[in-house]
Write a protein that binds this ligand. Structure first.
Ligand code: PLP
Ligand code: SF4
Length: 348
């Protein structure tokens, strides 16, 4: 079924390519439609032995594989411990249930005053601008998110926009998802236009992994609406390991900065991916080379299927204390946890 769909997509691209020859080759949409979406291809492309396949298949049943080529290219083949691979390769561990690990760890369902809008913290709201992502991270706290109820179309945004208009204490709109940049630029430009017309809104924040996963996402269409808005712009990237930042990512960050965005990064502390002070220090250094400042280092949200990524709080605190010995203060991320019911992220 999945393979058939992929074959259909590929065929479609070839057919479309024949008719619209002027189309930009390898647009981000094309790269996304060609992303690896099945366990066999993923293992084959990375030279992984068949021993990894049953686990990959089991995890894939719970949360689909999605890995675009641009990201795959940064994974070292033949290395089952590669820190980027571990973020995208499903394993049998995902089928395990652990006490305290639930499907809605942040209890966001209680904070939705309008469709597609989450208002938990003072002065800022989160808008679910796209249900989709360009990559499926195995530790994702949204892996069980009921997206079908939360991806409003244009007319359905009205309720959220009215809510924003009527609450003058809100100064910042945060586009989130999924990944907001998985939306079309036409849709995003329209939404930003609407937001811009709300006088008390000052800032537009975009939480996205797309410029890291498919750097070509930062194209002229995106830069068009981003550079033209009166709102101050913050882009919070999501990078967990220095190896995720290649030259294409650095170039994409440069374009975002030229459009006037302040660049920050949030990471998740993940077992076997970035659970050492040396790796976290290298990440901060590399982020700064790309013009990004570390913002948050999140401990894992207790989402069902991700317990094998957990690093206990005591170890997390010790790691960050060690990290302080490596880095200048401005390259230190804030270690936080999200606790349902609290008015902000909670420092650890
Ligand atoms: C994390 C989060 C924010 C943003 O919090 P900051 O501390 O400002 O980065 C806003 N709304 C929700 C629902 C969040 O989960
Ligand atoms: S990009 Fe973000 S929201 Fe999407 S799967 Fe990864 S962690 Fe989850």
């Amino acid at each position: 079924m999945i393979t058939r769909r992929r074959a259909f997509l590929q065929e479609n691209i070839i057919i479309t390519g024949k008719h619209v020859s002027a189309q930009v080759p390898n647009s981000w949409q094309q790269q996304l439609s060609q992303a690896i979406r099945d366990p066999v291809t993923l293992c084959k492309r990375l030279g992984l032995s068949s021993q990894w396949l049953p686990g990959a298949q089991a995890g894939h049943q719970l949360f689909d594989i999605c890995v675009p080529d641009a990201y795959l290219a940064r994974i070292v083949p033949n290395d089952p411990q590669d820190p980027l691979l571990l973020q995208v390769l499903p394993t049998g561990d995902e089928a395990q249930t652990s006490p305290g690990y639930v499907t809605d760890p942040l209890e966001e369902a209680d904070h939705r005053p309008a469709k597609g809008l989450i208002h938990k913290y003072a002065s800022r709201v989160l808008l679910i601008a796209s249900p989709a992502c360009a990559i499926n991270c195995r530790y994702c706290f949204r892996r069980h998110f009921p997206y079908s109820d939360n991806s409003p179309s244009r007319s359905q945004w009205q309720e959220a926009l009215d809510y924003l208009r009527n609450d003058t204490t809100i100064h910042e709109a945060i586009l989130s998802g999924g990944d907001p940049l998985a939306s079309s630029d036409r849709q995003l430009a329209w939404l930003v236009d609407q937001l811009e017309s709300i006088p008390h809104l000052k800032r537009l924040r975009i939480h996205t992994r797309l410029p890291v996963v498919i750097p070509d996402r930062v194209d002229d269409a995106l830069l068009g609406w981003l550079s033209k808005t009166r709102l101050q712009k913050v882009v919070v990237l999501h990078i967990n390991h220095a190896n995720e930042i290649d030259q294409a990512v650095i170039d994409a960050c440069q374009r975002l900065k030229q459009a006037g965005a302040t660049l920050l990064n949030q990471s998740v502390l993940l077992r076997n991916v970035n659970d050492s002070a040396v790796i976290l220090a290298a990440l901060s250094e590399r982020l700064f080379e790309a013009g990004i400042l570390p913002y948050y280092l999140h401990v894992l949200d207790p989402v069902q299927g991700a317990a094998h990524f957990d690093v206990p709080d005591s170890e997390a605190r010790a790691l960050v204390a060690q990290l302080r010995d490596h880095l200048p203060g401005f390259l230190m991320p804030r270690l936080v946890r999200e606790i349902p019911g609290k008015g902000s992220k909670t420092p650890l």
